[in-house]
Design a protein. Structure first.
Length: 87
């Protein structure tokens, strides 16, 4: 998934028997999107998303969420990525 508001293409990595995609946006925020053995929704093939700061650390004080978001469909992830890019 490559979206026009992402500065760089998502970096995809194998992560805990699954996938992690990392995103970085012009506004200094980013996102980690995962589906692996320990993620919320992995059993259904769904995604978990965390909002990241400029250096890649999870942050829990945005209007998007105060935690990670789990059980997300592809469409849900695209919507949340757009929201993060507009913070």
């Amino acid at each position: 998934m490559v979206l026009e508001y992402i500065i760089k293409p998502a970096e995809m990595q194998v992560h805990h028997n699954g996938i992690q995609r990392l995103y970085q946006f012009d506004n200094g925020y980013g996102a980690s999107v995962v589906c692996h053995d320990g993620s919320y929704g992995n059993g259904e093939g769904l995604w978990e998303l965390a909002v990241l700061d400029a250096v890649g650390n999870p942050i829990y004080y945005t209007p998007i969420t105060d935690d990670v978001l789990g059980w997300l469909t592809d469409e849900d992830v695209e919507e949340k990525l757009k929201e993060i890019s507009e913070l």
